[in-house]
Design a binder for this molecule. Structure first.
Ligand code: MN
Length: 228
């Protein structure tokens, strides 16, 4: 018998080239961080500072795996996003210190039950069941910042069955990574191991069982998953 009433949950981790696996602590996500996507979601991109929601670390789906089509939706959608992996944390982090605290970058998919999200928005209810369900955070391995450099621009794309659905540049983000981490660290203490999904560009859309999603960001490992 161990020290707890039952076996403790496993550490969720992501591979990172030539270093030890990155242990995932929490997953923060930014909403509406590209102008055209904010408009397609009915938001006003100029009005507000960044806003955040979360997924549990257990929502990670490893690169190459099949994501089971989740229950309770008829409108599962893809959102390709730059993922920032934190090597250090803190409160009230100045924007100019953020890049020195980053472990690396990955390509993520903020998989979303859009019908559930729309219903929640309409009733002013929380988003978790639309955003934070099992396998809702497919993520590539992490490219350490020492190899990628600071990722502040570069093509970001999402293809479904080979057809281009989303195509933009990371430099189009309304709030850049330093600003995002700065804002977040004023609300919560950011910790080593935290992942931050930085928002998706326009072109989000539905996927169905059997679809193959390929998500890319220039200089990072391509994320390929299937919907099963
Ligand atoms: Mn998103």
């Amino acid at each position: 018998m161990g020290d707890y009433a039952f076996a403790t949950p496993p550490i969720i981790s992501l591979m990172s080239m030539s270093t030890k696996p990155f242990p995932v602590r929490r997953i923060y996500c930014v909403g509406q961080n590209y102008r055209e996507h904010a408009v397609e979601m009915g938001g006003n991109p100029e009005a507000d500072p960044p806003f955040f929601f979360m997924k549990p670390a257990s929502a990670i789906l490893q690169n190459g795996e099949t994501m089971p089509y989740p229950p309770g939706t008829r409108d599962l959608q893809h959102e390709v996003e730059l993922v920032v992996a934190m090597a250090m944390g803190g409160k009230n982090i100045p924007p100019e210190h953020v890049n020195d605290m980053i472990f690396g970058y990955a390509v993520g998919l903020d998989m979303t039950k859009r019908d559930v999200q729309h219903a929640a928005k309409k009733k002013g209810r929380p988003w978790e069941m639309a955003k934070a369900f099992d396998h809702s955070a497919p993520c590539s391995s992490i490219t350490p910042e020492m190899y990628s450099g600071v990722v502040a621009k570069g093509a970001i794309q999402c293809k479904v069955n080979g057809t281009l659905r989303q195509s933009a540049d990371v430099g189009d983000m309304i709030w850049g990574v330093p600003q995002i981490v700065h804002y977040l660290s004023q609300l919560v203490e950011v910790c080593a191991g935290d992942l931050i999904f930085t928002g998706t560009p326009a072109g989000v859309g539905p996927v169905v069982k059997g679809d193959k999603i390929e998500a890319t960001i220039a200089g990072l490992e391509t994320l390929s998953i299937k919907i099963g």
